[in-house]
Design a protein around this ligand. Sequence first.
Ligand SMILES: Nc1nc2c(c(=O)[nH]1)N[C@H]1C(S)=C(S)[C@@H](COP(=O)(O)O)O[C@H]1N2
Ligand SMILES: [Mo]
Length: 406
Amino acid sequence: MQRRKFVSRAGLASLGTLLGAEVVFGHNLPEGLTLLGLQDPDLFRRFGKDPDMTLLNDKPLNIEAKAHMLDDAVTPNRFMFVRNNGNIPVKADPATWSLSFDGESVTRPKSYTLQELKSRFPRHSYELTLECGGNGRAEFDPPASGNQWTVGAVSCARWTGVRLRDLLDDVGITPEAVYIGYHAADTHLSGDPGKEPISRGIPLAKALQDETLVAYQMNGEDIPLAHGYPLRLVAGGWPASVSGKWLTRLSVRNKVHDGEKMTGSSYRVPCEPVAPGAEVADEQMCIIESMPVKSLLSAPRTGAVLPLGQPLTFRGHAWAGELAVSRVAYSIDFGSTWHSCSLQAPANRLAWQHFSGSVRFPKKGYYELWARATDSSGTAQPMVLPGWNPKGYLNNACHRIALKVV
Ligand SMILES: Nc1nc2c(c(=O)[nH]1)N[C@H]1C(S)=C(S)[C@@H](COP(=O)(O)O)O[C@H]1N2
Ligand SMILES: [Mo]
């Protein structure tokens, strides 16, 4: 018969520290049993999320915002979507955290403490749009597996940290360097320490942009745990999966990074359009880079009721990956006629842009307000679902809200 194992004295001491109280009969605690006091019953409260956000999955944790929650110019933590592929690291100790550089194409493999990053390199801040490549997946038909994001897997927070370029200058890269791959401290759902939940990255040209940060702050404070505390790669305008949270290591690669979720159908779409439901061979799939033009109506919230004769003022945000948004138009007659919204310049490159407008309705009844953005190259959002792809990425169809005039 196998003897029951008990939590060690040292293990008990650290459990006591986490709980803030001694585990009195701890010597009887079987190994592998999680104390209830350490299981937070309310994930939303634990991560500072608004209770009205939508939980898509708790293992791994995936939470999205509703459109009207994204009304702030700069997204606060409580309305920021969470997309995890694995388990959030349990120990994220800033005192011992370090970021190391390795890979085939690094000249001087090095490691920096958090303190060194903060004190040795200039600090920069940018507002950066991060949208999950799968935002809008719920609309695909035939359906695509994965989190059924509707419209709320997008954010634009203010990120502060050091430029990745400054770090690459410091470690030195060889002429063969083409890609930067990230590695992080989150753990695989299987519990296998040899597996990474995700390890993606960016081509060198993206890594060298001014706005590509190794960030240690979000909205002027330490990065919240769910969003990568204490250190995160942030590359705005690209699928947010390239912005590695809980960053511990960057590999300077001499080829396209081949980490977890860089291959197969992960974050890749058919290089050429395919028929809905088609099977697509690996070689026909291309990595998603800059995200397509898109917009979101954040006020009023869908379902608003207003009296006849009162003009409706509305607003939202628009973004276009690496490009700027040049125009946002709205329609109240199901896309038959379009009118221009007023559109602000972005706070900086790769930040979303705010738009607003005012509209009068001709008579009582049901209406839909549609918004449609056009990027600086002249490409507009499709009114309905764009190209089908196996994993349901890049749905940038126009956002609509329902209204009633009474
Ligand atoms: N280490 C790590 N980084 C990660 C992920 C992850 O699971 N682990 N998820 C990625 C994906 S798919 C997205 S969409 C964004 C989500 O960022 P957020 O949770 O801060 O909104 O983080 C990216 N970075
Ligand atoms: Mo994502």
